[in-house]
Ligand binder design. Structure first.
Ligand SMILES: Nc1ncnc2c1ncn2[C@@H]1O[C@H](COP(=O)(O)OP(=O)(O)OP(=O)(O)O)[C@@H](O)[C@H]1O
Length: 515
């Protein structure tokens, strides 16, 4: 990665008039964008603005309908990721593609061409790790690593191919604040060495920390290229959505009423080979309050969600009670009948069936009265329900009643959350409610959670986003290695105290305190 001061006077890459059409929808509409050598350039825009479409075009995953890409002034056709990498473009996706059972070095070697021996990978990995502060042990199995370490593997894998442009899609969404800061230092160093970075993020503060130029997309078009440091986060948000993003109103103060969820000494063996066991979990959520569960990913959140929703059953009925009824040994449908609703972390495949239309996707949780009768699906009722969800939760769709896979990530998230909230469940359990959604949509979702609790439901929010929990939760606990800390009113927590619990430096471990 040479500091290449564009000797020819050309931009490193220039997109000219790039459009991508899906039926009637222009996902990218005549986009012009230039990236200079060594620049960290942000790509901003609300959900569905066209960011993923644009970077997939640049990385050769999808073909533009129109437009031209110039690489150092020369027109190029990027027909596949292999061709993108040959030019010098690397991409770190949001979802990692690593083999859990293989070591760090093996994972890198399998992704590279046959010319790379394991020995070469190990020695180059050492060089790159040292040069960019990306500490990695080549012989560690991937399943033992944190999300931050996994991301480092993906970055190192790109760097081994000497990229001139690195594309990162929301890289900090899986990182702790400390890991994120570490990543920023690495990116600054890469940029100083002449590698350009195209950085997609919904977090304006980090964009202002890293970038001097940001291109903002709205509805497929460029609405401006700005210096994010010269504008306030509020101004940038306004450019993205066309109006200002407000604060979440707290509404009526939440007054906990009857107990809706009680978890009593829940212990569960790990689900898979590398899962996390749950250890003596005690938890109570009452009607009219939001209980937050904080923690770094991989500390038992998915296992807790699976146990609460009934995807995995406890060995005692009284380990979990919903509305006073022991249901630890009852499955998801039985718990739904008790008035509970669940939103899992993984939207496509788990919370929504990708190739089914939104109306069909309402059946996943609304199978009962509203949309089916004597085993028949009431097609029009399902369509009306999908339409109501789309309207109330501002879901932007490319066409009427599209397949779920055609929605942008954030819009699908709004649909899935809306589908559950619109049922007015007595108990809602949601895992990572605003993962990947833009500031406007995050506000809408948080507001809906707060309003649901104000109307008397119990809400449990599992989230890695501490700011989110401090904004919406009435009480909060931290999960670490399958154990839950004390559940305390939110105003008795500080960020430092949460950070210590996340690291397992507990001041108030345990079962006895958790209720
Ligand atoms: N395969 C597809 N068929 C039809 N429409 C699609 C398809 N893929 C994306 N779209 C539409 O293109 C538009 C842009 O989507 P894109 O995924 O690029 O947005 P984004 O800015 O990355 O959003 P997010 O922040 O939610 O990930 C959206 O309206 C989306 O519904």
């Amino acid at each position: 990665m040479q500091a290449d001061a564009s000797p020819s006077g050309h931009h490193l890459v220039e997109l000219k008039g790039i459009s991508k059409r899906y039926g009637d929808l222009l996902a990218n509409d005549r986009i012009d964008l230039a990236i200079e050598p060594g620049e960290i350039h942000a790509l901003l825009g609300e959900n569905g603005a066209g960011k993923s479409t644009l970077v997939k075009i640049l990385y050769g995953v999808i073909e533009p309908t129109e437009g031209e890409i110039l690489w150092e002034g020369r027109p190029v056709a990027i027909g596949s990721p292999v061709e993108a990498r040959a030019l010098g473009i690397g991409m770190v996706f949001q979802h990692f593609s690593l083999f859990d059972e293989l070591t760090v070095a093996e994972n890198i070697a399998v992704a590279l061409s046959d010319d790379w021996s394991l020995a070469t990978v190990r020695s180059r990995l050492g060089d790159i790790s040292r040069a960019y502060g990306l500490a990695l042990e080549p012989d560690r199995a991937v399943w033992t690593l944190s999300a931050g370490e996994r991301q480092r593997i993906e970055i190192v894998r790109c760097l081994l191919q000497n990229p001139r442009l690195l594309i990162l899609d929301e890289p900090t969404s899986v990182l702790t604040p400390q890991e994120a800061e570490h990543l920023f230092v690495t990116l600054d160093k890469l940029s100083a060495d002449g590698c350009s970075i195209l950085y997609i993020s919904h977090k304006l503060e980090e964009v202002r920390r890293l970038c001097r130029r940001a291109t903002i997309l709205r509805a497929g078009r460029v609405v401006g290229t700005i210096d994010p440091r010269a504008r306030s986060a509020r101004e940038i948000a306004a450019l993205m959505v066309g109006n200002e993003v407000g604060e979440v109103r707290s509404g009526t103060p939440h007054v906990p009423q009857g107990e809706m969820l009680r978890v009593a000494d829940l212990t569960m063996a790990p689900g898979g080979l590398h899962g996390q066991a749950l250890k003596h979990i005690n938890l109570v959520a009452s009607a009219g309050e939001i209980v937050g569960i904080a923690g770094v990913a991989g500390n038992g959140q998915s296992e807790l969600f699976a146990a609460l929703s009934g995807e995995r059953l406890a060995d005692r009925a009284d380990a979990i009670a919903i509305a006073g009824k022991g249901c630890g040994t009852v499955g998801v449908d039985g718990r739904r009948r008790l008035g509970a609703a669940f939103v899992p972390e993984e939207r496509l495949g788990h919370a929504a069936a990708p190739t089914h239309r939104l109306s069909e996707n309402t059946l996943i949780s609304h199978a009962a009265a509203e949309v089916s009768h004597s085993g028949f699906i009431l097609v029009n009722a399902a369509k009306r329900l999908a339409g109501a969800i789309v309207k109330s939760f501002d879901v932007r769709t490319p066409e009427a009643d599209p397949q779920a896979r055609k929605l942008s990530g954030g819009n699908l998230q709004k649909f899935v959350i809306g589908r559950e909230i619109i049922r007015r469940p007595r108990l809602l359990i949601v895992d990572q409610p605003t993962w990947g959604v833009d500031a406007g949509a995050a506000r809408l979702i948080r507001q809906a959670l707060v309003d649901l609790a104000s109307e008397g439901s119990a809400v449990v929010v599992v989230s890695q986003d501490l700011d989110e929990l401090f904004e919406v939760a009435d009480r909060m606990a931290v999960i670490h290695q399958g154990e839950l800390s004390a559940l305390k009113p939110i105003n008795e927590w500080t960020k430092e105290a949460v950070g210590l619990e996340m690291l397992g430096v507990s001041q108030s471990q345990g079962a006895a305190h958790a209720v």
